[in-house]
Design a binder for this molecule. Structure first.
Ligand code: UD1
Length: 368
C-alpha cells in the first residue's frame, strides 16, 4: 500500500531544504503519495514565490496562509489550520525541516494525532534558549521519530538528550543538494553586472535575527560596524522585511541609507543571492544556512552572533563568530583584505545526496 507523506514548508530557509526531497520522493510513485503544505509563514513574493520558481518546486497542494504575528499567534494559527489538514488528509508521516515556527507548530499537531514525524536538520543546538529557533529545535526533536542529522555535533547532542540511537540518521546537509543541483543557474545569474559589482570586491551582508535588528542599541552598533567596513569595501545588503520594519520603527533607515559604499536591496531570489555569495570577498551574516553555504563554497564568513548551532562551520569551515565586537570585526576584515583568510574543506556527507539517503531510509517498508 502507498504511504502518504506530507512535506511542510513555511519560511524562506525551508524551501531549499524541501525541494530536493520533493523531487526524490516523486521518483517513487509506487511507494509514496505526497502532499506539499505551505503554511504561509513567509508570504511576500520575494520571500516565497520566487524560491518556488528558482528551485522548480511544485506549487503547494495546500496553502494555509497564516502570515505574520507574535510567536504564539503564528504558532497557534499554524496549529489550528494544520490540524484540519491532517484530519482530512490523514498522512502517515510528516516531514518538517529546519527550526522555524512552522516546524514546531506542525510537529506538535501531528504528535498528538499519532502521526509519525521526520525532522530534517535535527540535533543542531546553540545552547542559547533566548533564540526562538533553539526552542523550536528542542521541541521538534523530542517529538520526532526520524531525526535526520546534517553534521556530527547533531549526533552527539541527540545522544546527550537520550534520543534512541535507532532514531538518529546521519544523512548530510540537504541544502547542499539544492546548491549542487542549481550551481549552473547560479553561475549564470547576471546580478553582478546589474549591480555593477566586481568579483571578490564586495562584502555581502544579511541580517535579520531579533538580537541584532530588533533594538535601537544593536542597530546602532551595526551602523558603526558598517561605517567602518564601507570605508574600504563596498557592502551589498539585500534587506529582510523584518529588518526594514525595525529600521523604520527606530527611525534609522535614512541614516543607514546615507552610508557611502553601501547598497540596500530588496530580498533576492535564490540564484541571484547565491551568485552574490559565490563571488563575494567575504560574507557577514547572522543566518544559520549561510554559515553552511559559505563553508561549502570556501567563502570567508563573519557571523554576527556569539554562538552557532552549526559548529562544524567553525571547526572545518570558513566561518568565524564575531558578535557585534567592532574591534574583532576590524581585525578580521583587515585580515581578509590582506588575503589572510580562513579556508574550509567540505564537511562529511555534504555531497548532494542527502535527499537520496533520506528517501532510502523512508522506503524501508517496516519503518512507518
Ligand atoms: C523566520 C524564522 C527564522 C529564519 C527566518 C528566515 C522563526 C521563529 N524565525 O524569522 O528562524 O531564520 O525566518 O527568513 O520562525 N515579513 C514580511 N514578509 C514576509 C515574511 C515576514 O514582511 O513574507 C515581516 C513581517 O513584518 C514579520 C517579520 O517579517 O512580522 C518577521 O517574520 P517571521 O516569519 O515572524 O520571522 P523572521 O524574522 O522572518
Amino acid at each position: 500500500m502507498k504511504r502518504k507523506i506530507c512535506l511542510v514548508a513555511g519560511a524562506r530557509p525551508n524551501f531549499m531544504k524541501i525541494a530536493p526531497l520533493e523531487k526524490e520522493i516523486s521518483k517513487h510513485p509506487n511507494d509514496f503519495e505526497k502532499l506539499l503544505v505551505h503554511t504561509g509563514q513567509h508570504y511576500d513574493d520575494e520571500m516565497s514565490r520566487s524560491f518556488f520558481k528558482d528551485l522548480n518546486l511544485q506549487e503547494p497542494d495546500i496553502y494555509l496562509g497564516v502570515g505574520s504575528g507574535t510567536h504564539a499567534e503564528q504558532t497557534g494559527k499554524i496549529m489550528i489550520e494544520f490540524e484540519k489538514v491532517c484530519s482530512q488528509e490523514k498522512p502517515d508521516l510528516i516531514v518538517v525541516v529546519g527550526d522555524v515556527n512552522s516546524t514546531l507548530a506542525c510537529s506538535i499537531v501531528v504528535a498528538k494525532l499519532n502521526i509519525k514525524i521526520a525532522h530534517v536538520e535535527a540535533g543542531l543546538r546553540s545552547f542559547d534558549r533566548t533564540m526562538p529557533e533553539e526552542i523550536n529545535r528542542i521541541v521538534t526533536d523530542s517529538l520526532s521519530d526520524f531525526l535526520f542529522v546534517s553534521e556530527k555535533s547533531g549526533i552527539a547532542n541527540l545522544h546527550n538528550e537520550g534520543v534512541k540511537p535507532e532514531k538518529i540518521h546521519f544523512v548530510g546537509n540537504i541544502m547542499i543538494d539544492s546548491l549542487m543541483t542549481n550551481i549552473r543557474a547560479i553561475k549564470a545569474s547576471k546580478i553582478l553586472k546589474e549591480l555593477e559589482l566586481k568579483e571578490k570586491n564586495y562584502c555581502l551582508m544579511t541580517l535579520h535575527r531579533p538580537d541584532n535588528v530588533d533594538h535601537k542599541k544593536s542597530l546602532t552598533e551595526i551602523y558603526e560596524i558598517l561605517a567602518f567596513i564601507s570605508k574600504s569595501v563596498r557592502i551589498v545588503y539585500p534587506i529582510h522585511p523584518r529588518t526594514l520594519k525595525m529600521l523604520k520603527t527606530h527611525h534609522l533607515l535614512e541614516k543607514f541609507n546615507g552610508l557611502n559604499n553601501f547598497d540596500m536591496l530588496q530580498p533576492l531570489g535564490y540564484f541571484d543571492f547565491m551568485k552574490l555569495v559565490t563571488e563575494a570577498s567575504f560574507v557577514m551574516t547572522d543566518s544559520g544556512g549561510i554559515q553552511e553555504e559559505t563553508t561549502y563554497l570556501n567563502i570567508p564568513c563573519l557571523t554576527l552572533r556569539n554562538n552557532t548551532e552549526r559548529p562544524i562551520t567553525l571547526e572545518e569551515g570558513s566561518n568565524q563568530l564575531v558578535g557585534r565586537d567592532i574591534k574583532l570585526i576590524k581585525k578580521c576584515v583587515s585580515d581578509i583584505v590582506a588575503g589572510n583568510v580562513k579556508h574550509s574543506h567540505k564537511p562529511k556527507l555534504w555531497d548532494g545526496k542527502t535527499a537520496e539517503r533520506i528517501v532510502k531510509i523512508l522506503r524501508k517498508k517496516e519503518v512507518f
